[in-house]
Design a binder for this molecule. Structure first.
Ligand code: S3P
Length: 425
């Protein structure tokens, strides 16, 4: 069977935010109409950008940008819901706007660290106040004129990197960054399409990203958002584990090399995958991935794998629970700061359905097996935990109920329908 998946969440979020500060109308197609992009679009509207309701799949959305520093003060707090990318990137944009704004979020987002962006942005001259707890939303921002920044990110993070580069773009100042690993580069690619030059490259053990000459304006975008590999990953693993017939192809899916870290991991596990690259769409590589059902074996997943597979660890853990042998995942401490503490959520939920899994400080040890798994798990408000256990439950012989499954709306609104269709006996 050949399927497509909804638009990439990271690219959709960026397209909306970048279009809002471009000069003139941007034409965006294939946007993800999920809860996270809707929160971001609502926040941008409250800041004066013209953003219509997000069009589904083939439809076109035209966003009328306000220019680099043309956003207006919002009437009330900007509620970014569950969206870490929306919140952190907007903090960077607002740091360079001469206005005051407050950012809030849901319970999950309000537990996630924000000082990772406010600390370097304060060095650029923006002022911040955490209104309840240090390092957590709600956050008051007083933006204005900014100074250049040279900064080493303590952890590889595309959200932090993008936030700081955006501050440089709106503030018209240089931003020179280095990060300990190469995080996803959608912002760099999109800015290039808008006429801004962001240079990046290896520098010893680190990855350098530099905005040396901030542009005077951003050209509007004209782009098609690729399908989200992070959403496709759930259905690909379903197919590999025999839950979707003999073969499944996902076409039109993003193959940006900073995102495809799960593919070599699955290949080491013996997965039968074929990846066919097609033409680039607006600077993003796109293609088709075909997965064939077969036996999987355990592997070691280390820090070098994790950066480009950061959002796929939940579904790779499910694959590990159905593989031969013991899989050890390390170097994944960042998972503790996602929509929930994913290390804990995976260990607890795997054990709740009868699989063997141990928490490590920075990862997991998972004992694979093929005995039937059954029980109830909790999504803990995390879309990727819900979908990972949805896949595990859809495999022949397993019987798993996912509490809080509606959270899939964040990134893959029709996940449960698609899963039910694919896993029909
Ligand atoms: C994202 C970056 C990653 C990822 C998140 C989306 C982005 O987070 O986990 O789902 O769109 O930039 P970090 O940058 O915090 O690692």
């Amino acid at each position: 069977m050949i399927i497509t998946v909804p638009g990439d969440k990271s690219v959709t979020q960026r397209a909306l935010i970048f279009a809002a500060i471009a000069e003139g109308p941007s034409r965006l197609r294939g946007l993800l109409p999920g809860a996270d992009p809707v929160s971001t679009a609502d926040a941008l509207k409250a800041l004066g950008a013209e953003v219509p309701a997000l069009a589904v799949q083939e439809g076109e959305t035209v966003v009328r940008g306000r220019g680099l520093r043309g956003l207006s003060a919002p009437d009330g707090p900007l509620d970014l819901g569950n969206s870490g990318t929306g919140a952190r990137l907007l903090v960077g944009v607002l740091a360079g706007q001469p206005l005051r704004a407050v950012i809030t979020g849901d319970a999950s987002l309000s537990r996630r660290p924000m000082a990772r962006v406010t600390r370097p942005l304060s060095r650029m001259g923006a002022r911040f106040r955490f209104l309840l707890d240090e390092d957590r939303l709600p956050l008051e921002i007083q933006g204005g004129a900014l100074r250049p920044l040279t900064y080493e990110l303590p952890v590889a993070s595309a959200q932090v990197k993008s936030s700081l580069i955006l501050a440089g773009v709106v503030g018209g100042v240089s931003v020179l960054l280095s990060e300990p690993g190469r995080s996803r580069d959608h912002s760099e690619r999109m800015l290039a399409a808008m006429g801004a030059v962001v240079r990046s490259g290896r520098s010893g053990e680190c990855w350098r990203v530099e905005l040396r000459d901030p542009p005077g304006r951003l050209e509007p975008l004209d782009l098609v958002v690729p399908g989200d590999l992070s959403s496709a990953a759930f259905l690909i693993v379903l197919a590999l584990l025999g839950g979707a017939g003999r073969e499944l192809s996902v076409r039109g899916v993003g193959l940006n090399p900073t995102r495809t870290g799960m593919l070599p991991v699955l290949e080491r596990m013996g997965a039968r995958l074929v990846v066919e690259a097609e033409a680039e769409q607006a600077g993003e590589p796109v293609g088709t991935i075909t997965a064939r059902a077969g036996e999987l074996r355990a592997t070691e997943i280390g820090a070098a794998d994790v950066v480009a597979a950061i959002d796929e660890i939940p579904i790779l853990s499910v694959a590990a629970a159905r593989a031969h042998g013991t899989t050890r995942i390390t170097g994944a401490g960042e998972l503790r700061h996602k929509e929930t503490d994913r290390i804990r959520a995976l260990a607890l939920n795997l054990r709740a359905v009868g699989a063997e899994a141990e928490e490590l400080p920075d990862g997991l040890e998972i004992q694979g097996g093929d005995h039937p798994l059954s029980g109830t798990v909790d999504s803990l408000g995390d879309h990727r935990i819900a979908m990972a256990f949805g896949v595990l439950g859809a495999l022949p012989g397993n019987d798993i109920r996912v509490r809080g499954g509606e959270t899939v709306d964040v990134s893959f609104p029709d996940f449960w329908t698609r899963l039910a269709q694919l896993s029909l006996p």
